[in-house]
Design a protein around this ligand. Sequence first.
Ligand SMILES: Cc1cc2nc3c(=O)[nH]c(=O)nc-3n(C[C@H](O)[C@H](O)[C@H](O)COP(=O)(O)OP(=O)(O)OC[C@H]3O[C@@H](n4cnc5c(N)ncnc54)[C@H](O)[C@@H]3O)c2cc1C
Length: 318
Amino acid sequence: MLSSQRFRFDGESTDSETTMYPAPFRYHRAGSADEAISLLAELGDGARPLAGGQTLLVWMKLRFDEPTDLVDIARIPNLSSIEHDDHQVRIGALATHGRIAASPLARLIPIVHDCANGIADRQVRSRGTIGGSLAAGDPSCDWPALLHTLDAEVLCQGPDGERTIGIGDFVEDLYATALQEGELVTGIRFALPPARSAGAYVGFKRCAPAYPTASAGVQLTLAEDADTCADVRIALGSAGLTPIHATAAEAELRGQALNETTIERAAEAAVAASDPVDDQRGSPAFKRAMLRVLVRRAVGIAIRRCNGESVEHSHEYY
Ligand SMILES: Cc1cc2nc3c(=O)[nH]c(=O)nc-3n(C[C@H](O)[C@H](O)[C@H](O)COP(=O)(O)OP(=O)(O)OC[C@H]3O[C@@H](n4cnc5c(N)ncnc54)[C@H](O)[C@@H]3O)c2cc1C
C-alpha cells in the first residue's frame, strides 16, 4: 500500500518517481448519470469518472493511477443541486466546494461552511466536488470527516440500480471505498440538525492549498438546561487511514454537564481513537497534540453556536 507521504500533492515534494505527464487516455463526456454508468460498464476497469479533476488529474500525473478512459461527469445536469426541507438536506455529488460554501445551506448549518470554505484555495474550491472528495477515499479530505459528524448517507447509482450507503460503511480503507466497479456517487443526504444543535469543523493546516495536518468535527445538541449535552457526534480527519468516528469521545459528553473536565475527557478519548501516520506534515505525536486542541476548540465553538452566537471559523494555519 502506498504511504500518504509518497502520495501527496500539496506544495511539498513527493518523491523521485513523480512525473508531470499522465499516461495517454481517451476522453468521453457523459450527458446523464445513466450514460456515464453505461460508458463505464462498456469501457471496463480502466475507465474512471472525472468530476472536478482536482484529485484524479494529480494521481494521473504522479502515475498513481493510469486510467485508459476518463468519463467526464462534470456537466451532467441535476447532480449539483443543494437543497433542504424541514427535515433533510440533500447535496448533489457534483456540487463544488465553492458553491456549497456560498449556498444558503452553509449559512443555515455553519459546520458545512467551516468545511467547504476551508478546503484548499479558491481555484480548487471552484472545481472540486463533494462527490469526488468522498469517492477518492482520501483520509485527508475534509468532507468524509465532516459527513461522519453529520451522520450522512451516500447516494449511489450503478449498473445494478440505486443504493444508499451509511457514511460509516462508505470509506473502507486508505483510498478504498464501498463503491463498486462503474458505480457513481450521485449525492449526499443527512438530517437537518434539530433545534438547540450546532457544530464546528476545525482543520489545522500549513497553508490554503494544503490538506489539513489534522481536523475535528463536532455536532452537539444541548439539553433544555443549556449546560448539558443531550447528544453529540465527533469525527476526526487526517487522523488515521480512514476518517475516525470517535464514539468513546461522544460517550464522555452525552448526557453530561459541559465543562472543562468533561470536554478534556472527550478530547483525550478522541486522541486515543486516532492513529495518525508519520508524514511530511508532522509526527503522530504532533498530530495527536493538535487533535486534542482541535476537539476542545470545536466543542467550544459548537456550544457557542448552540447558544445562538454567530462564530466565524474555518481552518487554522501555522
Ligand atoms: C492543491 C490542492 C489542495 C487540496 N486541498 C484540499 C483540502 O484542504 N481539503 C480537501 O478536502 N481536499 C483538498 N483537495 C482535494 C479536492 O477537495 C478535490 O476536489 C477532491 O478531493 C476530489 O474532488 P474532484 O471533484 O476534483 O474529484 P476528481 O479528482 O475528479 O475524482 C477523484 C476520484 O473520485 C472519482 N470520482 C469523482 N467523482 C465521482 C463520483 N461522483 N462517483 C464516483 N467516483 C467519482 C474519480 O474517478 C477519482 O477516482 C486539494 C486538491 C488540490 C489539487
